[in-house]
Every structure is written in C-alpha cells, then in structure tokens.
Design a protein around this ligand. Structure first.
Ligand code: ZN
Length: 166
C-alpha cells in the first residue's frame, strides 16, 4: 500500500472514510461497516458534490459534518421519472426484486438506471430517481486515512486495490 499522508485532503488524494448518513428526521439511512470504510478518489465526483466540498482540506483523524441539500446531493425528486412497466417487458426468467437497479435505454440510446420500487404480478414500477433524491443528507464522517492516488487511479478517475476494481 502507498504511504498515508498528513496533508489536508485535496484533489488526487485517495480518502478512507467512516461515515453515518441520516435524513432530516435523524433517521439513519446508511453507514460504513466496521473495518470497511468508504474509499474514494477526491476531486473525481466519486461522492456527492456537497460532501466532497466539505471534506476538502480536512486532515487524517478529523471529524467532518456536512448537511447536503438535494441540489448538492442526489438531486431533486422528479415525479415524471416514475414508470409502470408490464411484467412482460422483462425476460420471463428475469428475477425482478424491489430495490434492484435495472438499466434501460432512452429513445436516443442513452443508458438509464432505474430502481425497482414495486413488483406486482402484472406490473413493475420503475423509478429513475436515486432512492435518496429529494433528501437533505446529514453526514457525519471520520477521515481514517489519506494517501496520494497512483497515476493509474488518477487517469481512471477511481480507486484501485482492495476497495476498487482489480
Ligand atoms: Zn480503473
């Protein structure tokens, strides 16, 4: 592994974070696992912009709290992005379950990601919104480690190694 640095976080750093994410009501939505931090490349839009901004300049060991509005998080909810699709639009043996992501194609051939929000015998409800769209995100993070990204990571725009792709 590359040596960690005591430099404050800037673009081109690989950052390991422990985090807890709560919504406006204080309900926990997500958290990193013990010994399994979120590892990301800073400045490469790997995480939501509002959190990335807040982490810039933080040092190893720091606790960072960020309140991120939807516009700097997963975007506002768009009601028109919800679609009801007949079950027959999927292959008969396709396993479709709530919470799954499916990739579809727009009329101009662009890949679109949908989240399955409802599964009925005849109909599947697909939502083009991210599940956290419209939410104000309350992050509480601890910076576990910071290191320089490798040239390869920088050119790919993401982290390699145990937490990235091989
Ligand atoms: Zn890569």
């Amino acid at each position: 592994m590359t040596d960690s640095t005591t430099d404050p976080i800037r673009d081109g750093h690989v950052v390991s974070l422990q985090y807890i994410l709560r919504n406006d009501e204080g309900v926990e939505l997500d958290r990193s696992g013990p010994g399994d931090p979120l590892v990301y490349l800073h400045g490469a839009s790997n995480i939501v912009p509002g959190l990335e901004e807040k982490l810039t300049g933080a040092t190893k060991g720091a606790t960072v709290r960020a309140v991120v509005p939807p516009e700097r998080g997963y975007g506002p909810r768009v009601e028109g992005a919800v679609q009801r699709v007949p079950r027959s639009a999927f292959a008969p043996d396709a396993q479709i379950e709530e919470g799954m992501q499916v990739v579809g194609e727009s009329d101009d051939g662009q890949a679109l990601t949908f989240f399955v929000t409802e599964v009925a015998p005849e109909t599947i409800v697909l939502d083009g919104n991210h599940p956290l769209a419209g939410e104000t995100l309350h992050f509480e993070c601890t910076v576990e480690d910071i290191r320089e990204a490798t040239d390869e990571e920088r050119s790919h725009g993401h982290v390699h190694g145990p937490h990235g792709h091989g």
